[in-house]
Design a protein around this ligand. Structure first.
Ligand SMILES: [Zn+2]
Ligand SMILES: [Zn+2]
Length: 386
């Protein structure tokens, strides 16, 4: 595939991706990116709408009303780039560290190809804002991007896989994202007189340890979930026991039963452990993203296209991650498929969301070719809403 792709088209996709990479924009601030996308789509002669979900852009391509949504996200992350690339971010504290610059370049290239040779059923390309902070997909749905749409597809560049490989799953492929905050309140005092206090630091330490048993003892070993405490803040002197400690964390899960029970399980352990230590604790629990659940029928169409283009051995149909994505907002409403396109560069691992993140740009070719083929095949299969 890589050697058959037109060299001038590859150069223009890379050039666009590097331009976006130099000018990353955070969630709901994608005005330069959105304007650039809208201009390119208008040049294709597509019916373009801007201001979708605040800063998003849509373009309808093909015959009749748009039936299949093809989604790409556009936002960057609040990081200072340290990738060493010559086209690094020119904005301090902002970086395309997830690959969304590549998603925009891929989707524009695929839109161009589909515009030149339109499929029988209409497509709607959506360039979505604010995936990272959440809220972008929901804002787009509120603005009607799913009106008339009966299926949805999208992709993510993926550094867990090398270039030339594709990962997908017939079912729950990415986990739900919940976040929580625990405030532990005790009685502060002198570091030398702990018996006169109720120490929230020792209590918080016990809570952190006890929460490890949610997954190890309370979730079925045949299911998958994660409970992570990601921050602890309390005290600021070596000889003062503080009166409060604040913990934040995230819970990830795939199945509805596990997700429904999670706040109660965490709450029971938090309050019971706090009571044992003579302190009080308060849990605030918020749902951020639902699991990304692929429809097996749509996934089969994508898998078939990927096998045809890349060879059976390069399509991993068991790819799952406890990472989350707001692609779930669409897939909760219409059947669809989200898939991963391998983009790991040579050398040491460059994880998503790290300042060292980088991709092998040949993944842009795989992404463009597969997105075009998947869009054609899924549109032709004419899935309907359940
Ligand atoms: Zn990300
Ligand atoms: Zn992402």
């Amino acid at each position: 595939m890589l050697d058959r792709f037109p060299a001038d088209e590859y150069r223009s996709i890379v050039e666009l991706r590097r331009d976006l990479h130099r000018h990353p924009e955070l969630a709901f601030e994608e005005s330069r990116t959105g304007a650039l996308v809208a201009a390119r789509l208008a040049r294709l002669g597509a019916a373009v709408a801007t201001g979708v979900g605040k800063t998003g852009v849509t373009a309808d391509v093909g015959e009749g009303g748009a039936r299949l949504l093809v989604r790409a996200d556009m936002d960057a992350l609040p990081l200072t780039e340290a990738s060493g690339e010559e086209f690094s971010s020119e904005e301090a504290g902002r970086m395309h560290a997830c690959g969304h610059d590549g998603h925009v370049a891929i989707a524009l290239a695929a839109a161009g190809r589909l515009r030149r040779d339109p499929p029988a059923r209409g497509l709607r390309f959506l360039f979505q804002p604010a995936e990272e902070r959440g809220g972008g997909a929901r804002a787009c749905v509120a603005d009607g991007v799913l009106d008339g749409v009966t299926a949805a597809i999208g992709l993510h560049l993926w550094n867990q896989l090398p270039v030339g490989k594709v990962g997908v799953f017939r079912g729950a492929m990415m986990a739900a994202v919940d976040e929580f905050e625990i405030s532990v309140r005790g009685r502060g005092g002198h570091g030398a007189a702990p018996h006169e206090t109720f120490d929230p630091i020792v209590a918080a330490a016990r809570i952190v340890e006890a929460l490890q048993t949610v997954v190890s003892r309370e979730v079925s070993p045949l299911d998958s979930a994660v409970v992570t405490i990601a921050s602890i803040h309390g005290g600021d002197a070596f000889n003062i026991i503080p009166s409060t400690v604040r913990l934040t964390g995230t819970a990830r899960w795939f199945t509805e039963a596990t997700g429904a029970a999670m706040p109660a399980k965490i709450g029971r352990i938090v309050s019971g452990t706090a009571a044992a230590a003579g302190v009080s604790a308060h849990l605030e629990y918020r749902r951020i993203n639902r699991p990304v659940v692929n429809d097996p029928r749509v996934a089969d169409v994508v898998i078939e296209a990927a096998r045809r283009l890349l060879g059976e051995e390069n399509v991993d149909t068991e790819t799952r991650t406890l990472g989350g994505e707001d692609m779930s907002v669409y897939l909760d409403r219409v059947p669809g498929c989200f898939f991963f396109v391998g983009s790991a560069p040579e050398g040491p691992h460059r994880p998503h969301h790290s300042p060292e993140f980088a991709i092998d740009e040949r993944a842009l070719v795989v992404g463009t070719t597969l997105l075009e083929a998947a869009a054609r095949d899924v549109a032709a299969a004419a899935f309907e809403r359940a």
